[in-house]
Design a protein. Sequence first.
Length: 193
Amino acid sequence: MDESMTISPADLSQGAACGVASNTAGGAAPGVIRKPRLTEVVALKAMLDAAAAAGQVLPRALPELYENVRDFYVYVDDQGLGGCVALHIDMIDLAEVRSLVVREDLRGRGIGERLVAEVIEEARRMEIARVYALTRVPVFFERSGFRMVDKTELPYKVFKDCSRCRLFPGCDEIAMVCDLPPPDAAKREEPGG
Ligand SMILES: CC(C)(COP(=O)(O)OP(=O)(O)OC[C@H]1O[C@@H](n2cnc3c(N)ncnc32)[C@H](O)[C@@H]1OP(=O)(O)O)[C@@H](O)C(=O)NCCC(=O)NCCS
């Protein structure tokens, strides 16, 4: 890891560590992360459907995917689509990381971390104060710098989506957040800043 990736305890408390990808345990994955092409949306849906059938993510209808395609990043290698994630903006200071899936045969090679790092980077660019996920894999998000919170810390989400869900209020998903430093603080973290 190069020096600029080193995280101090002070960084951690400010959320600067969120989305720092480091896991290449299963061998560095050679693919790239980029925005999806419209011609890839059907394959994107198939990947989400497979994870949704296993109860891991919410299913997304094709029209919804086209409408929100700009929320997404995909991992692509010479085998095609290998992973996806979306950053969905809720309001002025809040966005959700959702639809995170890595193809089963590619898991454990750091692709999930890289996908989350990509959306966190976008959230930083957009100066979004808080990014959250509702998840059954809190350990994964902890590894990406998120911390666990009570769902009452996300009243907008609970009001907008959760309260209409058939699992509400007994849902077993855990709320994880990553609070991003305000832009001025981020500038101070830059070398020579
Ligand atoms: C969760 C998921 C996206 C992780 O992708 P991945 O590419 O395998 O993850 P990474 O290789 O980047 O792993 C990063 C770290 O998280 C840990 N991790 C990954 N998946 C995990 C899981 N299911 N449970 C616990 N820890 C997990 C890894 O061990 C690794 O930590 P390490 O560096 O200490 O070994 C992938 O398992 C997946 O697609 N799961 C099904 C869909 C899902 O549950 N999505 C999340 C919905 S919120």
